[in-house]
Design a protein around this ligand. Structure first.
Ligand code: AMP
Ligand code: GLY
Length: 440
């Protein structure tokens, strides 16, 4: 029988998920429940509905009407809200963890505690707080090298890093006080120094299949300056590694993902079936864990699913049936570069409603992924966040970057992108930085 697959979410990540599913020789019927109409996804779907993706009832109304045989959840909000639980309860298997397992992402302290309890390496020093009691002493013990994190999901706005966002003890105390005032629990942890990378794994609860390493770029402007964003672009290398990580870094990150999958199953009493995203820092003392996400990264997903060679429908089936050990998961042996085009003013005061002219045909051009867009009067318009992503592949990162840049610059209008992502110069800077960190 033809697979009938529901995709929950409608950003560029879900566009990449839809495109990878649509490439399958099984020719699945795709359905989407998204927060907006993404024309890139819509042309691949037989049915499309919009609503609040974190509203279990709204998603289930659509799912019960359409009866998919499989669902793939893209964003974190529906996972944290228990949409996977509701789908499984209705007999629809899901790629994406249930609410309890998704605490790996939705609670920073849950994850830190889990690593500690199961003696999994990678934790920096950390402590959880619900009031100001003891805060000053812990901050004083980590002068100039602490990070303060809202314990729950905060859309990327809940983390403040000393030196980047916090510049004095007063500012750190004020941020903690603000969190207490809003009734939020928070974690203070040691600031890690090094280079960040993502190791994302397909996970059926028993078996993990790791994907190539990817590096995201969080800062809005070139040279890693400006405010933090959802991620301005990313690259991966032809050998699945990154130029600044060691073999031991890769091995340990893989081991941490593997052990976390086992620990979280034991803690929650149910297997983790979905995408397990480890956000790591390569440091002088080896790999440390920054965070877990219970889903694909955005933009990392765009690199990874563009490179994926194996039938993604078969992988999703194997995840829900716990047969991942039986299939080979292969990626093209190429480097990839992804760059996002974003509205002027993004992320703090982005322009909205500008017409987006694509430099290629959405149906045939596999390099284009649509993000925060809408269709008005037959025209594609921006809605104020990461708008269009371009992903290119080549033998080397530098070659992929040149092709990507040539394509991205053809998207005209009041938008900008980071020209430096994937350039030889920036990679050299990363390698030099890591060499300096390791030598310190
Ligand atoms: P998170 O929401 O946990 O992904 O944190 C957002 C960003 O804050 C990460 O991508 C890092 O750049 C930074 N960050 C988080 N935790 C730490 C840490 N312990 N040390 C240094 N940077 C961190
Ligand atoms: N690229 C980081 C994230 O998706 O959270």
């Amino acid at each position: 029988m033809r697979e009938r697959i529901l995709i929950v979410g409608s950003g560029a990540r879900e566009h990449a998920i839809a495109a990878a599913l649509a490439r399958s020789p099984q020719k699945p019927e795709l359905l989407c429940f998204g927060s907006a109409v993404n024309p890139g996804i819509e042309i691949l779907c037989v049915e499309y509905a919009t609503g609040d993706v974190a509203d279990c009832d709204a998603v289930m109304k659509f799912a019960n009407k359409e009866r998919p045989r499989l669902a793939v959840i893209g964003p974190e909000a529906p996972l944290a809200a228990g949409v996977a639980d509701a789908l499984w309860a209705a007999g629809i298997p899901v790629v994406g963890p249930t609410q309890s397992l998704a605490r790996l992402e939705s609670s920073k302290s849950f994850t830190r505690d889990l690593l500690q309890r199961y003696e999994i390496p990678g934790n920096p020093f950390f402590q959880r707080f619900t009031s100001m009691d003891g805060v000053e002493a812990v901050l004083a013990g980590l002068p100039g090298r602490h990070v303060i994190k809202d314990d729950g999901l905060a859309g990327g706005k809940g983390v403040k890093v000393c030196g980047d966002h916090l510049h004095s003890m007063e500012e750190s105390l004020a941020f903690c006080a603000e969190l207490v005032e809003h009734g939020r629990s928070f974690v203070i942890e040691e600031k890690l120094v090094g280079e960040e990378f993502s190791l994302i794994s397909f996970c059926d609860g028993k078996t993990l299949k790791h994907m190539p390493l990817v590096q995201d770029h969080k800062r809005a402007y070139e040279g890693d300056r400006g405010p933090n964003t959802g991620g301005m672009g990313s690259y991966s290398d032809a050998d699945g590694r990154l130029p600044f990580v060691t073999e031991e870094d890769v091995r340990l990150a893989g081991e941490i993902n593997q052990r976390v999958a086992g620990a979280v199953e034991e803690a929650c009493g149910r297997p983790y079936q979905g995408i397990l995203y480890g956000g790591f820092m390569a440091t002088r003392d080896g790999v440390r864990l920054i965070e877990y996400n219970a889903r694909f990264g955005d933009p990392e997903c765009l690199n990874l699913l563009t490179l994926l060679e194996t039938d993604f429908v078969a992988i999703c089936r194997a995840i829900v049936e716990q047969t991942l050990a039986d299939i080979d998961v292969l990626f093209r042996g190429l480097a990839s570069v992804c760059k996002y085009v974003v509205p002027a003013g993004y992320p703090d005061s982005p322009r909205k409603g500008d017409v987006v002219l694509l430099p290629g045909d959405l149906r045939s051009d596999t390099r284009l992924y649509l993000g925060a867009v809408d269709v008005k009067g037959g025209l594609l318009v921006s809605t104020g966040s990461r708008t269009v992503a371009v992903v290119t592949m080549a033998e080397t990162i530098t070659e992929a970057e040149l092709i990507c840049e040539a394509f991205v610059t053809r998207i005209e209008g009041p938008f900008f992108h980071r020209a430096d992502i994937g350039t030889a110069e920036l990679i050299h800077k990363r390698v030099e930085h890591m060499a300096k960190v390791r030598a310190a």
